[in-house]
Design a protein around this ligand. Structure first.
Ligand code: FAD
Ligand code: NAP
Length: 339
């Protein structure tokens, strides 16, 4: 098998640094790409060598449960380009390897509105559309105009409009029909130059001050998150481990009469339950199974301080899922991608 020298491929690579849970896992091959030409070459090499491909950004929404017998492509495509600007809006193309939080910080410094509620979410820009990242009532779908990608089979460049991305709650076409079929190379955004703040979440409105501004909302999000959520650089984790489940009005009514303190939110079609509340009430907070632990401040987050395997992480997740199904008749869906 011919391995192109330009790809600087590492064989039997340690993936500990490439996933924020820090789980030990090895890749048969690893390459870091910083141009679409190199990315195309890497995909072509994988095709010719009949290797499976795994694309990783920061690995903050990924659980590696085994060694990867293929090619891991670490996305480092960089660059931010202004596509258009009017008195009210700016349109940008941001390369997939840019750090998400740095992009948010830059937008806030430029007085561009729309991504401030999404500050401090770990990961790279290219992963943001995949699960339609969201926090404090904002979702990235509200500012995305298009997603550019390379088709992993044809190696052709494609651009999907916002509508075609089929965005939904922590979901998109990239987790469904196009799952593991693309490499996102850039995301196009449309940000507002006029003040429009999203303060629908009471906790954020309280923290942002009496006369909230773009900077005070950004600061408030950073403050709340720093107090409540474990920094993966200090305590390995992959953020919320489960999606908030959606239930029917009938199911919600039954649960509410049995558990009057139930934390839930009407969605129009039914109710969204706070999965963290269900897990906390079931007694899982700060519990440990085989060295993997439920975070003390937020029961939705699984932490891996003892650096156990991805299989150990999933064993704890399965035990929680069983318990939640037994107590509340609710199926918790794992949020991160499992490999
Ligand atoms: P990775 O984990 O590297 O990849 C995730 C998936 O996308 C994998 O399937 C991977 O193969 C694929 N992928 C990555 N890049 C590409 C690409 N360029 N092309 C094609 N496929 C690709 N999420 C939220 O929605 N809201 C939050 O508030 C939030 N808070 C978090 C807090 C913490 C402490 C942590 C650890 C995570 C949090 N997350 C949150 C989850 C995570 O930050 C996001 O999902 C983020 O977008 C993942 O980015 P990443 O680069 O780390 O993706
Ligand atoms: P929180 O504020 O304690 O809220 C608990 C849950 O209640 C959240 O999951 C949130 O749903 C929901 N919620 C709260 N107020 C709401 C409202 N006014 N309307 C509708 N739903 C409401 O949550 P947290 O753990 O501190 O996280 C804060 C934000 O960051 C949340 O939006 C959360 O999704 C996001 N976050 C996500 C991850 C991840 O990995 N996905 C990790 C950390 C934080 P939503 O989750 O739907 O917003």
């Amino acid at each position: 098998m011919h391995i192109p020298a330009e790809l600087a491929i590492q064989a039997d690579a340690d993936l500990k640094e490439y996933n924020t849970l820090g789980v030990p896992s090895r890749a048969r091959y690893l390459t870091t790409v910083d141009s679409t030409a190199l990315l195309t070459q890497a995909l072509r090499f994988a095709q010719e060598a009949k290797l499976a491909v795994l694309v990783l950004g920061q690995g903050s929404n990924t659980v590696l449960t085994r060694d990867f017998d293929g090619l891991v492509i670490h996305n480092q495509l960089r660059g931010v380009e202004v596509l258009a600007e009017t008195a009210s809006h700016i349109e940008l193309r941001v390369a997939a390897g840019e750090n998400w939080h740095q992009f948010v910080t830059r937008a806030v410094n430029q007085q561009w509105f729309g991504v401030e509620n999404l500050a401090l979410i770990p990961g790279l820009v290219g992963a943001a559309p995949i699960q339609n990242i969201g926090a404090y009532g904002a979702e990235v779908k509200d500012v995305i105009t298009a997603v550019e990608y390379l088709d992993r089979t044809t190696l052709a460049t494609q651009t999907l409009s916002n509508d075609a991305c089929q965005f939904a709650y922590r979901d998109s076409i990239f987790k469904n029909a196009l799952c593991d079929a693309t490499v996102i190379t850039a995301v196009q955004f449309r940000l507002n130059k006029r003040a429009t703040l999203n303060l629908g979440y009471p906790a954020l409105a309280d923290e942002a001050g009496e006369q909230p501004s773009l900077a005070s909302v950004y600061d408030a999000v950073c403050r709340i998150r720093t107090q409540k959520l474990p920094d993966p650089a200090e305590i390995p984790n992959a953020g919320s481990f489960f999606k908030n489940p959606l239930v029917t009005a009938e199911h919600h009514q039954r649960l509410k009469s049995q558990f009057p303190g139930l934390v839930s939110f009407a969605t129009g079609e039914g109710y969204k339950l706070a999965a963290g509340w269900l897990i906390d009430q079931a007694g899982w907070k700060d519990k440990e199974v085989a060295g993997v632990r439920v975070h003390q401040q937020q029961a939705l987050v699984v932490i891996n301080p003892a650096i156990r395997s991805g299989a150990d992480v999933m064993a704890l997740a399965a035990a929680i899922q069983q318990d939640i199904a037994r107590i509340y008749n609710v199926q918790l869906e794992v949020e991160p991608r499992i490999y």
